[in-house]
Write a protein that binds this ligand. Structure first.
Ligand SMILES: [Zn+2]
Length: 338
């Protein structure tokens, strides 16, 4: 992308930059869900990643799952930055590796917690929380579901278990049990009746990841994108043509899924839309070359780090950036009324 189209804004708005990492076992994503014993070799690279974050002032939020919390070496690598106040440890629920595993793990539907009986999810959550508290000496307060997705019952359960922030809603994304095409793309209080509609409860606050388009007014572009993606219109391949022309690009703020230029275009559009939180995300398995699909070798690894840095640099040039953990960002939005 040429520099002109990414020209700085004249006035710098205050924004909170959050980087969240689903911190979990690595496995072959094209195969079935992993079984015991789980491999968590990727967390050996947490110190390297954290040193990178320290250098840039980023304070990451690690959503830690049971397999990682159950591994002493992984805990050591995460506890070091936690003790220095340089990160947040949240909870991440992978039902297939979080006891009790009473469900059929071969059934992909069961990999989404919200497809399981809530009393089973409650038992899993209790075990996850106990393990996290034992490992890190404090209760987790932020949460993300494995493979995204939540609902009112799940949010209520999280709130009853001490969580105050959820980040399981992925705007403009849908999977078997949920559709977040009509969910808010900025922080909000989700309803217990319908989690994608702002509600009355004030127990648990939703802070979604940044997801959208290279142009402001993401809901408008998403409606167009969905219309053009439907058959028979999809046969005209208009979505691909519009992407090539740069007229409409659907972009996730993740170094796993987008290059630096597209992420910067998304950030520019998010800032122009008045977003106060810029929330980037990825999986810890991307920290170990070859462990997951997005970072295959050392060249990919340096490009991966380079993308995060380029986006943050762009953000710093164009906004008054405050790097925060997820909980801090939520607290500040609620306290400062912005
Ligand atoms: Zn996960």
């Amino acid at each position: 992308m040429d520099k002109k189209s990414l020209a700085p804004f004249s006035r710098k708005e205050k924004v909170f930059f959050v980087l969240s990492v689903d911190t979990e076992e690595e496995w072959d994503w094209s195969g079935s869900f992993p079984q015991h014993p789980f491999s968590v070799k990727n967390t050996a690279n947490i110190p390297k990643f954290q040193a990178f974050c320290d250098r840039l002032g980023i304070r990451p939020t690690y959503f830690v799952d049971y397999a990682v919390a159950n591994d002493p070496e992984s805990v050591k690598n995460l506890k070091e930055p936690l003790d220095r106040g340089r990160c947040e440890i949240g909870g991440h629920l992978h039902p297939w590796c979080n006891p009790p595993v009473d469900e059929d793990v071969a059934n992909a539907k069961n990999s989404h917690a919200i497809n399981l009986p809530m009393d089973l999810v409650a038992k899993k959550l209790k075990n996850l929380n106990m393990k996290l508290e034992e490992a890190f000496g404090e209760k987790p307060r932020s949460f993300r579901s494995g493979r995204w997705g939540t609902n009112g019952d799940m949010l209520k359960l999280l709130a009853d278990n001490g969580y105050v922030i959820d980040s399981s809603i992925h705007p403009y994304y849908a999977d078997t049990p949920f559709s977040y095409h009509d969910a808010p793309d900025i922080p909000f209080w989700p309803g217990y009746g319908d989690c994608i509609t702002p509600g009355e409860q004030r127990d648990i606050f939703e802070v979604p990841v940044t997801s959208g388009y290279n142009r402001p007014d993401f809901p408008f572009w998403n409606r167009l994108h969905r219309t053009l993606s439907k058959t028979p219109l999809s046969q005209l391949r208009l979505v691909g043509i519009l992407w090539k022309l740069g007229w409409m690009r659907k972009i996730q703020l993740s170094p796993e899924l987008a290059d630096a230029d597209n992420m910067m275009a998304l950030v520019k559009a998010a800032l122009a839309s008045g977003h106060q939180v810029i929330h980037m995300y990825f999986h810890s398995s991307s920290l170990l070359p070859g462990a997951a699909p997005y970072v295959k070798n050392e060249a990919d690894e340096s490009a991966f780090y380079g993308k995060i840095e380029a986006v943050l640099e762009y953000l710093k040039e164009n906004a008054d950036v405050h790097c925060c953990t997820l909980e801090e960002a939520a607290e500040r939005i609620l306290k400062e009324g912005q």
